[in-house]
Write a protein that binds this ligand. Structure first.
Ligand SMILES: Cc1ncc(COP(=O)(O)O)c(C=O)c1O
Length: 391
């Protein structure tokens, strides 16, 4: 029998996160700090709307682009949070999570050979989704000395006449790094100068701890060059509802909607009704969860400071990214030993790209009690490694 598989699919490396958590799932009483999903349940009033939609028999396909009322609420939300205007009928697509939005944007915009700039460390899906379109991912290694922000110079260094898209992954998973307005202004200039487009993944945009998130679409000339990706998973603790959205120029959204129609038909109907409620009445829930994450963030930063472990202060998402270079091990070796010897799972920085070497991603979407226990174990492990080194 001939090989049934496509080479470009077989060649894609499996996610480093999943591989690691296969080990965790077999280990009893391991503490996982690995998963990138809120530990909160979806707020009750949002769940209620989902249940109500089912009770009402709203069990049909919606239009391909999603419920009109949801698209209108998304436009209201963009207007009140970022001061930008989108046309709900032409510039918004409801997707199956931010994940599908990223995939559809790349598929709609990339021809084989187009170069896509991907800053790393970053979320695991950008590179494989780009590869599947036949595009060429060009990695920009973000630097610890810049607190893992992206600079205009770093883009300039990688731009060629084949460059078409920049993925802008902020607030960032795994580093927690954010971009401020002045950082974005410098980048916007380079984008216009080289006639590029941006896919801005703002799935953690509601979770920032130093002022409000600024979207690149608010800068002059950027809205018409940017596909903004967001969703309900992180801000509203709705990962399992699988709902996200993309806002962007009408011509790009139209092509994304066409392929979304053929691949998916429409995003889950129950989730769309629940999401309308989230946007209308969910601001206080976001505030409550953000405050709780912020307490945990501060606890972790303090714990690492007490251990004398280098960790820059991240102002977004729900991750810290401590440096473990002093122990002379790769991130993967460190994470594996930490798991085996202290039963705590953190993700090696390299799961998010080679430039994550020497770092660990620790998620604080876990209770303070769990974080406290994990930090006790971290301190014990660090002491042990330091005395091993001395011996
Ligand atoms: C940076 C980033 N983008 C997008 C996603 C996808 O989220 P979802 O598909 O649940 O909306 C994730 C999930 O972890 C993420 O971390």
């Amino acid at each position: 029998m001939r090989d049934p598989l496509a080479k470009k699919v077989v060649d894609i490396k499996p996610s480093g996160i999943r591989k690691f958590f296969d080990i965790v799932s077999e280990m009893k009483d391991a503490i996982s700090l690995g998963v990138g999903e809120p530990d909160f349940d979806t707020p009750w009033h949002i769940r209620d709307e989902g249940i109500y939609a089912l009770e009402k028999g709203r069990t049909f396909y919606t239009s391909n682009a999603g419920l009109k009322e949801l698209r209108e609420e998304i436009c209201n939300y963009m207007n009140r949070t970022q001061g930008v205007t989108y046309d709900p009928m032409k510039q918004v697509l409801i997707t199956v999570g931010g994940s599908e939005g990223i995939d559809m944007a790349l598929r709609a915009m990339c021809d084989p050979g187009d170069e896509v700039l991907i800053p790393q460390p970053s979320y695991v899906s950008y590179e494989p989704c780009a590869v599947l379109t036949g595009a060429v991912p060009v990695i920009i290694d973000l630097k610890a000395e810049n607190e893992f922000r992206l600079t205009a110079e770093e883009i300039e260094e990688k731009v060629t006449d084949r460059t078409k898209i920049l993925i802008l992954p902020f607030p960032n998973n795994p580093t927690g790094s954010i971009m401020e307005k002045s950082d974005l202004e410098a980048i916007a200039e380079v984008i216009v100068k080289h006639d590029l487009f941006v896919i801005s993944d703002e799935i953690y945009g509601e979770l920032t701890y130093k002022g409000k998130h600024v979207s690149i679409v608010t800068l002059p000339g950027m809205q018409e060059r940017t596909i903004l990706i967001n969703g309900f998973s992180k801000a509203y603790a709705m990962t399992g509802w699988r709902l996200g959205y993309a806002c962007g120029p009408a011509n790009i959204i139209a092509q994304m909607t066409k392929i979304h129609q053929f691949a998916i038909m429409c995003a889950p109907t129950t989730s769309q009704y629940a999401a309308i409620e989230a946007l209308k009445n969910g601001d206080a829930d976001i505030d409550m969860m953000r405050e709780s994450y912020n307490r945990r963030r501060r606890f972790l930063l303090n714990a690492f400071k007490e251990m004398n472990i280098e960790c820059f202060e991240p102002f977004g998402a729900f991750y810290v990214f401590p440096c473990i270079k002093e122990f002379g091990m790769t991130s993967e070796e460190f994470a594996e030993r930490f798991l085996r010897e202290e039963k705590v799972a953190a993700v090696p920085g390299t799961a998010f790209g080679d430039s994550g070497e020497g770092y660990l991603r620790i998620s604080y979407a876990y209770s303070l009690e769990r974080l406290e226990e994990a930090m006790k174990r971290f301190a014990r492990f660090a002491e042990k490694l330091r005395s091993e080194k001395k011996a």
